[in-house]
Design a protein around this ligand. Structure first.
Ligand code: PLP
Length: 370
């Protein structure tokens, strides 16, 4: 088996996105030790960069070893103990996954559901919070399965007023939309490197407030996961820098470069670039018969969900996606869960949030649908 020449792809699905050559060069640097002072200097920079990107002063801000799901698991298993009441907002597959993780942690779950393609309403969340007085309230900022951008602040306020800690999934939003953990009052948040940060999958940037860390310290029973116990992870990712597990060194070098590139561009310009690309996509895709699933004010810029044209025969959309991949090297995503076969999910994330990506897709569709 050779890995020398994988095909070139334009990755316009729900992630991963394409990786900039600068980040690829950083990933290919010679190995150094995870306790080498030079590497620890890079790690300091990554943690500081993640604090800026997350909009937080939280000391416990770190690149967790694992994908976005590891971040989800870390937030929930650290903050929940068996029997704890939790409210989870479910507006798609990733809210659903949070429920499963919370259930396995032994929490008493109350879920609040939104119709696919719509947001969780402040009122429904506030009602569930007032009724169940949860220890934790969790929901997704950018629901990648539907393309919905969830407003955060009112739900976070209701949770905090009830004394709950707030967990926010920022897997798809971080690096493409404003994330302001401290201003919004979020206690634990996680992301993934393969979306708007344009790194390979493998790390989950995460952040925990002082209140979250205090909650973990005061637990009656140990965190069920040794690997993701943030009390233990603090030994390496805090000031002591002593061994917990071997950090994924190359990935952290890649993330350092990606964060540097984000700072060079500046988040306001990056947010605007995502907005401009998604607007061009929605405007032009109409000509091919695809219509947005989500109403304009709740649409994510980095992930657009589109209803497949009604004239398509069953299975036609999957065939078209396959031809885009095989003939043009363009990957787009299909629907997940209940929306499988009904929608396409087009990602314009990080490096790919450019008009050139949109034009490449349109030109391939023109040939295929002519
Ligand atoms: N949460 C959201 C919103 C996601 O989009 C994803 C992945 O697409 C995840 C969690 C899980 O992340 P991963 O697949 O990196 O484990």
């Amino acid at each position: 088996m050779s890995t020398a020449a994988p095909p070139r792809r334009l990755l316009l699905g729900p992630g991963p996105s394409n990786v900039h050559p600068r980040v690829r060069r950083a990933l290919a640097q010679p190995m150094i030790g995870h306790l080498d002072p030079v590497f620890l200097g890079v790690l300091d920079g990554v943690q500081a960069g993640l604090r800026r990107l997350f909009g937080t002063q939280n000391p416990m801000t770190l690149p967790l070893s694992g994908t976005g799901s590891a971040g989800m698991e870390a937030c929930l298993v650290n903050l929940l103990e068996p029997g704890d009441p939790v409210v989870i907002g479910v507006a798609g597959v990733f809210g659903e996954r949070m429920c499963e993780v919370a259930r396995r942690a032994g929490a008493r779950l109350t879920r609040v559901d939104a119709e696919p393609g719509t947001i969780l309403t402040d009122d429904a969340m506030a009602e569930a919070i007032a009724r169940t007085r949860p220890r934790v309230v969790a929901f997704v900022h950018a629901e990648t399965s539907t393309g919905v951008a969830q407003p955060v602040e009112a739900i976070a306020r209701a949770a905090r007023e009830a004394g709950a800690l707030v967990v926010l999934d920022c897997v798809t939003s971080l690096g493409g939309l404003a994330v302001e953990l401290d201003a919004w009052g979020i206690d634990a948040a996680y992301s993934g490197t393969q979306k708007c940060l344009s790194c390979p999958p493998g790390l989950s940037p995460a952040s925990f407030s002082e209140a979250a860390v205090a909650r973990v310290r005061a637990r009656r029973v140990p965190v069920q996961s040794w690997y993701l116990d943030i009390g233990l992870l603090g030994a390496y990712f805090g000031s002591e820098r002593v061994y917990h597990h071997t950090a994924p060194i190359s990935m952290i070098l890649g993330l350092a470069e990606a964060l540097g590139m984000i700072e060079e561009e500046g988040m306001p310009a990056r947010i605007e670039r995502h907005r401009e690309a998604s607007e061009a996509l929605v405007e032009g895709i109409d000509a091919f018969g695809f219509r947005p699933l989500v109403e304009a004010r709740h649409r994510l810029p980095m992930l657009t969900s589109l209803r497949v044209p009604a004239r398509f025969a069953p299975g036609e959309e999957a065939g078209l996606r396959r031809r885009l991949l095989d003939r043009y090297g363009i990957e787009v995503g299909g629907g997940l869960g209940p929306l499988a076969g009904q929608i396409w999910r087009i990602g314009l994330m990080g490096e790919n949030a450019r008009l050139t990506s949109v034009e490449s897709l349109f030109s391939a569709l023109r040939r295929e649908l002519a």
